[in-house]
Write a protein that binds this ligand. Structure first.
Ligand code: KG4
Length: 356
């Protein structure tokens, strides 16, 4: 059964979308009216801190607890009633299956009970389209098509050529770990806590980025690799701890700064190459790692030096959030690109060349 009876808005009725994101360890709901964001509520999951990484089973249980209050809060903050909604949008993938299923089942049930369409969003497209989120009180510049986007998160490191909201080419991507994953794993090795990215960012501000050198990958083209760096960091610590058991405590800030500088350098070199190869000078950052201070600084410096036009999202739209799903869905709604109720959630994207 692929269809359900739905009511579409009339021209005079506003397009009002409730969006839900639950692909990893954040439960988020947002309400958007005619492309303007009215609310964006996110419940994070502290339960994973003790394990140094996301535990999928605990993540799906926490989503179950959070989904109803988060959706209620998003509707309340927006001042929108369920009967006013035109469509329900949800992240269908990629992500953790147990996490996705909570948001997807909830969204399908709500769409069916209200008799309105369901819209699916790709989580990664959502991160890219975070640049187009408009709020009633904050004017901002959106990138013109085509633009390049460095999408760096806990699960992905990609350079994407964005031709349109629904046409994104993957020019390069990690062949193993993602940049955020490398930060999180190195943080775990140093017993710093989870997620490691923000902790390393904070410590690095007081450290020397040239104190230590770690291995950098030699990968052809625009692809990335971060697993070698992680191993190099691990072996370096093992050797140093053999002679100084307190090496980490003695050099914490320098270790963080040197690790961060290595990751930023790897990311920026390939981005530079992508700009040269494509000739596109409108360049954006997206994803959780785009909150990183050193990456933002390097990005701005490179832009000044090379004459790029750059676009950096607001902090609240860098990590996982439903506002980015709402803006994706708004475009799809205008194109009447709706999702059958029996379309299943997915863990990975099916194409290596297209972000779809
Ligand atoms: O986009 P996101 O919330 O989730 C995914 O879709 O993966 O990204 C989470 C990642 C984590 O690896 C986290 O450590 C990293 O973003 N992160 C940071 C910073 N804030 C979050 N990495 C470096 N510096 C930060 N300030």
């Amino acid at each position: 059964m692929t269809t359900h009876s739905t009511t579409l808005p009339t021209p005079e009725k506003p397009v009002c979308i409730l969006a839900i994101e639950s692909s990893c360890d954040d439960t988020s709901a947002a309400v958007m009216r005619n492309g303007l964001l009215l609310s964006n509520v996110t419940a994070s999951q502290a339960v994973h801190e003790a394990y140094g990484g996301v535990v999928p089973e605990l993540a799906s249980r926490a989503h179950q607890q959070h989904i109803v209050p988060v959706v209620h809060a998003a509707l309340k903050q927006a001042g929108v009633k369920r009967e006013e909604l035109s469509a329900i949008a949800v992240t269908l993938g990629p992500g953790l299956m147990g996490s996705l299923l909570v948001g997807v089942s909830f969204a399908k049930g709500l769409a069916m009970s209200l008799g309105i369409p369901l819209i699916e969003a790709n989580h990664l497209q959502g991160h890219v389209l975070a640049h187009f989120i408009k709020t009633p009180d904050e004017p901002h510049t959106v990138p013109p098509y085509p633009f390049l986007c460095l999408l760096v998160s806990g699960g992905n490191s990609q350079i994407v050529k964005v031709n349109a909201y629904n046409d994104m080419e993957i020019l390069g991507q990690t062949i193993d770990d993602a940049a955020g994953e490398a930060m999180d794993k190195c943080s775990k090795v140093m017993n710093l806590g989870y997620p490691g990215g923000p902790i390393i960012d904070r410590l690095a501000r007081k450290g020397n980025p040239k104190a230590f050198a770690f291995s950098k990958p030699h990968i052809a083209g625009l692809d990335y690799s971060f697993s070698g760096l992680k191993t190099s960091f691990l072996y370096f610590l093992r050797d140093q701890l053999a002679t100084d058991p307190d090496f980490i405590a003695h050099h914490l800030e320098d270790l963080a700064a040197s690790l961060e500088a290595t990751i930023v350098d790897i990311l920026m070199k390939k981005l530079d190459l992508a700009v040269k190869q494509t000739g596109i000078h409108h360049v954006a950052l997206s994803g959780g790692v785009s909150a990183n201070t050193a990456l933002r600084d390097a990005f701005k410096q490179r832009a000044d030096k090379r004459g790029w036009n750059i676009y950096i999202p607001k902090f609240s739209y860098t990590t996982d959030n439903a506002a980015m799903i709402a803006i994706t869905a708004h475009h799809k709604f205008l194109d009447k690109d709706f999702c059958p109720l029996d379309k299943p959630a997915y863990c990975r994207i099916s194409s290596k060349t297209k972000l779809q």
